[in-house]
Write a protein that binds this ligand. Sequence first.
Ligand code: GLY
Length: 392
Amino acid sequence: MNKLFLLVFAVVVTCKTSSGQPLKNIVEDALKFSEQQSLLMAKKYASQEGRLPRTFDKGKDVSSDSRWWCSGFFPGSLWYIYENTKNPEVLSYAKLYTDRVEREKYTVDNHDVGFMLYCSFGNGLRLTGEKRYEEVLLTGARSLATRYRPKVGLIRSWDHNTEEWQYPVIIDNLMNLELLLWAAEYSGDAKLKEIAVSHADKTIQNHFRPDYSSYHVVSYDTLSGKPHLKQTHQGYSDESAWARGQGWGLYGYTYLYRETKDKRYLEQAKNIANFIINHSEMPKDFIPYWDFNVPKTAETPRDASAASLIASALIELSDYVDKGLSKKYMKVAETQVRTLASAAYTASLGENGAFILKHSTGAFPMKSEVDVPLSYADYYYLEALTRLKRKL
Ligand code: GLY
C-alpha cells in the first residue's frame, strides 16, 4: 500500500514538474534546440545548389527549388533563430538560403511571392537593414500586383484548373498582402496599398460564412466580378473548415489591423479567433485536426502547422484586445506552444530530417504530406516562440 502511494506520488510530481515548467524555460529550451536542429538542416543542404528543405516523408529528405511556395520558410526560420541567438554561423546560413529565393521576385504566375519573399528577405531586412533586400522585396511586390484585376478587386491565386475556375482566390492569399503593404509604405506607391485593402475587403465579403469559418477557394466570374464557386481544395469538403485555412484568415486579419488600424479587420480577426478557440472539435491541447469537420478515427492526423500559425497570430492579437480576451488568447497560445515543445511534437536532435516539429498535414485529400514535418510549421513555431520571448 505504501509502495503504491509512493509510486502515485512520484508520477504526480514528475508530471507536474514537466508540464508545470515556467513558460520562459520552455521557450528558451525550444529556441536552443531549434538552433541546433536547424544548423544540422542548414549544413545538410548548403552544398546542394539552390535547394531548400520542404519535408521528410517515409524516411526520406524532400527538398525543393525556389519555385515551391514554401521556399522562403527555412531562410525565415534561420532569421528568427538569428534574432534570438545572434549566432554568426546562423546569420551566414540565413543569408545563403535567403539568396536562393531571390529569383522569385520575378514570379508572376502564382500568388505565393509574399510567402516566399517576405518570410526570407522581409525578416532579413528587418534584422540587418541590408539595402539590397529592399529592391528584391519591391520588385517582388510589383510582380505580385500584376495578378490583380480591378474588375474582380482581388489578386488571382492560381492559373491551373481553368475548366472549372475562372478566377480562383484562396484564403491563404491574405498572407501575401503584407509584402504589398510594406512595398506601398517603402515606395510611396499608394496603388499597392489599394490592392491589398481591396483584396482584404472582398475576402471578408465573400470568403466567410456566418459563423466566421472560411471557404478555401472562391472563384470569381471575370465579367461580373462576383463569386461563381465556393469550394475546397485541401479541406475535407466544400462546406468544411480546413484547419490551416482558418489559421491563414486569423493571421491575415491580425496583421492587416496592425498595418492599417482599420477596426473592421480587428473585428474579423476576433471573430475568427472565437470560431477556432471555441470549436467543439478543437482538442484540449489546441492542436487542431487537419480539418475541423472531418469525421474522426484514432488515425485522423492533427496539423501542427495550423497550431503554430494560430499560436503566433493569437500572441499578436492579444496585444490589440481588452484584458479578458487577451488573457484568453494567451492561454490558448501558451497551451499550443507547451504541447508543440513537448516530445509528442518536437523531434529529437538529428531526427525528423532535421525539422523541428512533427505531425503536420499538407494536403490530405491528395494524400500529400500527411503527418510529416513541414517547413512552415517550424517557421510559425519559431515566430510564436520569438513573440512569446518578447512578452515574457
Ligand atoms: N498555402 C498552401 C497551404 O497552406 O497548404
